[in-house]
Design a protein around this ligand. Sequence first.
Ligand SMILES: [Zn+2]
Length: 232
Amino acid sequence: MRGNVISYFEMCQKEGTSLQRGMNFRLRGRHSVILMSLHANAPYQDRIEDDGSILIYEGHDEPRNNGLRNPKSVDQPEHLPSGNLTENGKFHKAALDFKAGLKNPDIVRVYEKIKKGIWSDNGYFHLIDSWREPDGSRNVFKFKLAAVEGIINDEAAEDIQADETKRTRIIPTKIKLAVWKRDRGKCVECGAVDELHFDHIVPFSKGGTSLSTENVQLLCARHNLAKSAKIL
Ligand SMILES: [Zn+2]
């Protein structure tokens, strides 16, 4: 569920594989998975736009092996030495194929590192655009992802039409970090420290904002469920 706080181990369990890299195109033939981090010292310039409905994710550098001293000095690669596409290349092609009307958008699940060992499930996105742009010294890939709701059967993610889903919002990192600190990493109702969730006090669907710490709190799974039941 979007906003759930999970450990690295739980994240790998959910995806059924050990997540070793940031970009994972069509993991085991299903949705793709990307890992993001918006910390000041994060290696890539990811950003959130339109109040959390759009994520602009930066592609990844040439690996540091084969004698490359500074991967940030060369263009992000589209192809491997074998000629096959890199993860950059695969995501880029999928986005352009969608833009050209050749296919439905790829479904991408996004996990965000909050702090060491603590991740947040940012939910599902549609991969809707991609381009290359200069970052000052070389060209990098950019991927535009739109947050979506309503993906239930992600086994068939490729068959889902864009218009079957609703736009939604993710909570910006700085809000998550401030809430985590304020609520001391515990459910505000019972003090539980496991199965936590970033909860909108007034739900987004009822006009609540993701942009203020005043409207976000930490709840455990039990209290989150209890609250959802009350709202419905
Ligand atoms: Zn609780």
